[in-house]
Design a protein around this ligand. Structure first.
Ligand code: GRG
Length: 313
């Protein structure tokens, strides 16, 4: 197994999604939005992220072995949610960031009110895009399940509550460091990570998987894989915040430390965090054997944890 075979698969999924975004998704956004709103959404969507969530949905749905149009619509939903969360997270009332994906943040480029509204619109488009998924066979619970997975990952049960905990931790950090015992702090950081970042990553896998006929058999192990992958992603993100540069990250590094956030490196130290990365990678590789069924899936899901743990942005 090699990272280059993985890289080829990842890039082919990503290229398919970029093409879909350019042709289908942007067309639907522009057709249904005021010009300034469209320009703002397009600015952030097309700023060039890794497209990890659409790639995960495509991979979990079976890649190109099946008709990928449905998975690409799901990818559009996920990328719209992800982009809206970054736009809102960067606002002065939240993380107050000037750079994202190597470019000025949306509220810096346009205005704060436009950034709030572009985020709102992207969130709503995400749910609209589910309506373009075509039902195959008689699958009466398909749309209910897609809506539920997206809401659970992106909404109050997932990402939005994670963001609230994150802001709360930042606000109350001095209280926690003075009064909270270390178990409370570890618990809160784990919960925040699981919800803020992990829940949308897990939802990306589960929503793609829901397109398959054998979705029921794979859901439990894929869900465990998604949880560990989310944790791996976030610990790596915390490490990058300490070790990364503005150039490689495309955003301001060192913000967590400056804000006095209780992160994984702050709690456990860098050495232990790097060990955790290795442990999670091993565990993920072993978990993947519970659900993969083709050589392409084996390469993708075994090598993905290495890619996530070694990423530079
Ligand atoms: C505003 C409701 C709301 C939620 C915000 C996602 C999030 C919650 C905040 C972003 C803060 C942050 C940097 C979290 C770390 C994990 C993360 C989501 C990183 C960015 O994701 P990537 O690396 O970004 O996939 P690209 O640019 O590659 O798409």
């Amino acid at each position: 197994m090699s990272q280059s075979a993985f890289s080829e698969i990842f890039h082919s999924y990503r290229a398919a999604f970029e093409n879909f975004l350019d042709t289908q998704t942007l067309f639907l956004l522009s057709k249904n939005s005021a010009p300034e709103l469209f320009e703002a959404m397009k600015y952030s969507l097309m700023a060039g992220g890794k497209r990890l969530r659409p790639v995960l949905a495509l991979a979990a749905s079976g890649g190109f072995q099946v008709d990928s149009k449905n998975a690409l619509f799901l990818g559009s939903s996920l990328e719209c949610i992800h982009t809206y969360s970054l736009i809102h997270d960067d606002l002065p009332s939240m993380d107050n960031d000037d750079f994202r994906r190597g470019m000025p943040t949306l509220h810096k480029k346009f205005s704060e009110s436009t950034a709030v509204l572009a985020g709102d619109a992207l969130n709503s488009f995400a749910f609209y895009f589910l309506s373009f998924v075509e039902m195959e066979n008689e699958d009466a619970s398909l749309y209910k399940d897609l809506l539920e997975i997206l809401h659970t990952g992106a909404g109050a049960p997932g990402m939005v509550s994670g963001q609230i905990y994150d802001l709360q931790m930042e606000r109350e950090n001095s209280i926690y460091s003075r009064n909270g015992n270390s178990e409370d702090r570890v618990g809160l950081v784990q919960l925040t990570h699981r919800l803020k970042t992990g829940s949308l990553i897990k939802a990306s896998l589960l929503i793609g998987n829901r397109l398959r006929r054998d979705w029921r058999e794979r859901a439990t192990s894929l869900s465990k894989y998604g949880e560990d992958l989310g944790l791996l992603f976030q610990i790596t993100d915390d490490i990058l915040d300490v070790e990364g540069t503005q150039e490689s990250l495309g955003k301001t590094p060192g913000k967590d430390v400056k804000a006095g956030k209780i992160t994984y490196p702050a709690l456990f130290g860098m050495d232990r965090c790097k060990e955790m990365v290795l442990d999670l990678q091993k565990n993920l590789i072993s978990l993947s054997s519970e659900f993969v069924s083709t050589p392409e899936e084996t390469i993708f899901f075994q090598e993905l944890p290495i890619y996530i743990g070694q990423r530079k942005n």
